[in-house]
Structure formats: structure tokens, C-alpha cells
Design a binder for this molecule. Structure first.
Ligand SMILES: C[S@@+](CC[C@H](N)C(=O)[O-])C[C@H]1O[C@@H](n2cnc3c(N)ncnc32)[C@H](O)[C@@H]1O
Length: 241
């Protein structure tokens, strides 16, 4: 008998920012394969019977190869187990979900996807602002600041990323932001465009820092913490006034 894989989204880290469906699948799982950013208190939703396996993927740190993760999923599901593949935020955002879905499809194993709270939405909520703004931010774009090599992606749609009428959220962008910001300003984005660094959202170390694009580029060029972080820029609301 073949098992089944639930791709479960953990949310940003706060164990309360997880769906009821996700909690149900975790409670009934035989095996939980979890990413580094989907570890911590959310794993407390797993039942005592669950085997917890770290397959962590973290920028700049050694991590399990994608083929190894695919093989583990197929192996456990083929043994008839209820498998949870736990990914941070929403599992469909920058989480290599497609490769794993294809591996399961090719092995004839059934799966489901349980959506979750993306770290981008949790970051805006933690800062007390909306991601869209009537008239001034009619568009939101989620982009990655790093390709598989860890460098700035080669093909960048500069016109879209320098659009002053959009809120842009950069995932995995701390290291490359100084170069990204240089390109954005060369393509017309004002240096004083509001920017926000949102670190460890939903974790006890959460830190939200509001600044400008030019100042954040300088700051990240000088020093960076190890915490996962998002960079938001654009016509971000200022509700402190
Ligand atoms: C592989 S991507 C996964 C994104 C995830 N699927 C989501 O919806 O948030 C990892 C990146 O997401 C961002 N990220 C994930 N969790 C975060 C958190 N709790 N706080 C800040 N950034 C986070 C960081 O940019 C991190 O490098």
C-alpha cells in the first residue's frame, strides 16, 4: 500500500500562525521532513509517534541535496507512511515545491498542498502596515535576491523592480541587496524610497527596521546578522505619524 505526502506550510515560525489543516496533518503524521526555517515550536504540533527528520535548507550553510529530499519522500511514502513535508511560510513560495511534486508524481504517490502564511505577509503585519495601498501601491511583487549560486539573479526585470508604484518583497536578499539597490537606483528608483528589513519574523528574535533603500544598502554592505530576513521597499505606509 502506498502512503501519501502532505506538503504542509508552517507559516513564519510563530506556532499560532499555522492553519488548522496543517496542525491536523502534523498530529497524524508518521514522518515529518522539515526545513531549517520550519523547525522550532511548530514541530510541537507533531504527535509523539512522528519521526522528525531535518532536511534543512539555509542560505550559505550545508544542506541536504534536493535529490536526497525527493528520494526520502518517495521512500517513506512507498513504505505506506503518512508523510508531512514541512516548509516555511507558504510552501509554494521559493520552496522548491515543484521538484518534489514531480518526484512524487513520477513515483505514482498521491499528495496534497496545504497553504500557509507567507513570511512576507507576516512581516507586513508585524510592522503594522498593509502590503498594498490604495492609489500608491497597486501591485505587490515577491522576488528572490539570490539564485542557486547565492549571487544576484542574472535576468532581472529592472523596470518592474524599480517601479515606484509597487511594493516589492525580496526573499533571500540580504547579501545581494547592496548590488540590487545600485541597479534599482540606476534604473530610476529614488534612493530615499522607504525600505524595511524584517528579520526572524514570528520568532522571539524578531526585528523590524525601517529605513530607505540607499541607507539599507549601505547598512547591509557593512554587517549582517544570520537571521532569515525579508527586504520590503516601495511606497510603504507610515502609520506612526
Ligand atoms: C526558501 S525561502 C522560503 C520562503 C517561504 N516559503 C515563505 O513563504 O515565506 C527562505 C527565505 O524566506 C524568508 N523568510 C522565511 N521565513 C522568514 C521569517 N520568519 N522571517 C524573515 N524572513 C523569512 C527569508 O528571506 C528566507 O531567506
Amino acid at each position: 500500500m502506498s502512503g501519501f505526502v502532505s506538503f504542509v506550510s508552517s507559516g513564519p515560525g510563530d506556532p499560532e500562525l499555522i492553519t488548522l489543516k496543517a496542525v491536523d496533518r502534523l498530529a497524524r503524521a508518521d514522518v515529518v521532513l522539515f526545513d531549517d526555517l520550519a523547525s522550532g515550536p511548530v514541530l510541537g504540533h507533531a504527535g509523539p509517534q512522528a519521526e522528525l527528520i531535518a532536511v534543512g535548507k539555509r542560505a550559505g550553510k550545508p544542506s541536504a541535496k534536493q535529490e536526497y529530499v525527493n528520494a526520502l519522500l518517495v521512500e517513506h511514502a512507498s513504505a505506506g507512511k503518512r508523510v508531512v513535508r514541512l516548509k516555511s511560510g507558504d510552501s509554494g513560495l521559493f520552496g522548491r515545491l515543484e521538484e518534489e511534486l514531480v518526484a512524487l508524481r513520477d513515483a505514482g504517490i498521491g499528495s496534497e498542498i496545504i497553504p500557509g502564511v507567507p513570511s512576507a505577509c507576516a512581516a507586513a503585519a508585524a510592522a503594522g502596515i498593509p502590503l498594498t495601498r490604495r492609489l500608491t501601491a497597486r501591485r505587490v511583487q515577491f522576488v528572490t535576491g539570490a539564485d542557486v549560486t547565492g549571487g544576484l539573479p542574472e535576468s532581472i526585470n529592472w523596470a518592474a523592480l524599480a517601479d515606484p508604484g509597487a511594493t516589492t518583497v525580496v526573499f533571500m536578499g540580504k547579501r545581494t541587496f547592496p548590488r540590487l539597490a545600485e541597479g534599482l537606483m540606476a534604473h530610476g528608483l529614488a534612493p530615499e524610497t522607504p525600505a524595511m528589513l524584517a528579520e526572524a519574523v514570528g520568532h522571539p528574535e524578531q526585528a523590524i527596521h525601517r529605513t530607505t533603500v540607499a541607507a539599507l544598502a549601505r547598512q547591509l554592505g557593512d554587517a549582517r546578522s544570520d537571521h532569515p530576513a525579508l527586504i520590503l521597499y516601495g511606497p510603504l505606509a507610515d502609520v506612526t505619524a
